[in-house]
Design a protein around this ligand. Structure first.
Ligand code: ATP
Ligand code: MG
Length: 396
């Protein structure tokens, strides 16, 4: 008898008029995400997405793992479907969860009956199945208050489903319901986490990376492509725009006062990112900035770097401690790649005494000798666009 997954919807259950659009987006996302793992039927009923393997060739464990990273799912469980009668339900629990039950000290049965035609109440059903299980497993106590293990029985429209405790899902909103944003992706710890956090709000992600060959190496670039790939596990495929920053950085080095190097460079990054964003239909920029972490992350510095941009700049990490950021990076699997020791273009030509309380007037003055527009135009002409996806199979 096969196993199927139930993915329970999170916040989207609450979204009134948008609910249908959100649900159909989620179903579409789940369908797409299941493709590499074989032939799965994905359907939505009663605020639950059902994922059902259709043949023996399906990679059920791979599919399960992928379901854990789908935004819009608040919790998920693997379960065994069976007929809606007591004997079938008891057999399903015995066969499917019997071993887990034997490992527990105590248990209870919790039932939910969304098919009201089923002739017993939830409580009666739990008592009946609980009683039979207690007889079959005399060493495991019944404890309805603090059970070591809970057996769940759900009577739904199509069938009854039995399962053990559900796992937390990825949360958030389904990818694609919240528009598109452009993340400035460095090789560091912070920006992949920032991309993940905004993606979690249902936003499709595109990235831009600035690199300064030969000051930064091919390895540093490969690392960023890998970071983007790791983030696609959550946000789906994306385009990574790689912008050569060498000419701009050299122009800054040769023409501007050293204490403003980083700030001027960041103003170029922001402006170029915004232009690509607007061209590609992104409504906001995302950065991994964090208040006070480095000299360019003071309010004054953010004011002068933000001044070149007129769309919102999302900084989801702005108030977090490094440890909190690292915890998320570890959870989403980007940390090990982020800490590989390759240089970032931000660390090339770093001023000895960076300006921490700049004013816009000072910046405009410091940039006077640069032909900003010409530099930006040339950078935009030479973008390398890399299509990044989690799997190699086409269409995923
Ligand atoms: P991260 O860990 O993300 O590199 P950081 O703490 O090193 O961040 P900064 O170097 O000041 O901080 O960069 C702040 C933000 O600017 C980054 O989070 C990222 O969004 C963006 N950024 C920095 N360098 C680059 C780059 N080479 N390409 C694209 N974006 C960048
Ligand atoms: Mg960095």
């Amino acid at each position: 008898m096969k196993e199927i997954f139930l993915l329970k919807l999170g916040e989207i259950v609450l979204k009134g008029a948008n609910k249908r659009q959100f649900e159909s987006k989620l179903r579409q996302n789940v369908r797409r995400r299941m493709k590499p793992y074989g032939n799965f039927d994905v359907y939505l009923m009663q605020s639950t997405v059902y994922v059902e393997p259709m043949d023996e060739m399906c990679d059920v464990d791979g599919a399960w793992d992928a379901c854990r990273s789908i935004f819009g799912v608040v919790s998920l469980c693997r379960c065994r479907p069976c007929e809606k009668n007591l004997d079938a339900i008891f057999d399903a629990v015995e066969n499917y969860l019997g071993d887990d039950l034997d490992c527990a000290k105590s248990f209870k049965v919790e039932s939910k009956r969304s098919d009201k035609r089923f002739p017993m109440t939830s409580i009666q059903l739990s008592q009946e199945i609980g009683g039979r299980l207690a007889e079959a497993h005399p060493t495991v106590e019944v404890d309805v208050r603090h059970p070591d293990y809970t057996v769940y029985v759900e009577i739904r429209d199509l069938a009854a489903y039995v399962h053990g405790p559900a796992e937390p899902g990825a949360g958030g909103l389904p990818t694609g319901v919240g528009g598109r944003a452009m993340c400035l992706l460095s090789g560091g710890i912070d920006s992949p986490v920032a991309a993940y956090m905004i993606a979690k709000r249902g936003v499709e992600i595109e990235c831009v990376h600035f690199f300064s060959y030969p000051y930064t190496s091919q390895l540093a670039k490969d690392k960023v492509i890998e970071l983007a790939r790791l983030v696609t596990r959550y946000c789906g495929k994306m385009t990574l725009n790689i912008v050569s920053f060498t000419e701009i950085q050299e122009a800054i080095r040769d023409n501007c006062p050293e204490e403003y190097f980083t700030l001027i460079m960041r103003r170029f990054m922001m402006e170029i990112s915004q232009r690509i964003a607007k061209h590609d239909g992104c409504g906001a920029l995302i950065t991994g900035e964090n208040l006070g972490q480095v000299a360019s992350q003071t309010m004054e510095a953010m004011t002068v770097t933000g001044a070149v941009v007129d769309i919102p700049i999302f900084m989801p990490l702005v108030g977090m401690d490094k440890e909190e950021i690292v915890t998320i990076a570890r959870k989403i699997g980007t940390l090990d790649t982020s800490i590989l020791p390759y240089e970032d273009c931000c660390t090339v030509f770093t001023p000895k005494h960076p300006k921490t309380k700049p004013t816009l007037g000072q910046l405009l003055h410091a940039e006077e000798k640069l032909d900003r527009e010409a530099l930006i135009t040339r950078a935009l002409e030479n973008i390398e666009r890399v299509a990044v996806k989690y799997h190699d199979e086409p269409g995923i």
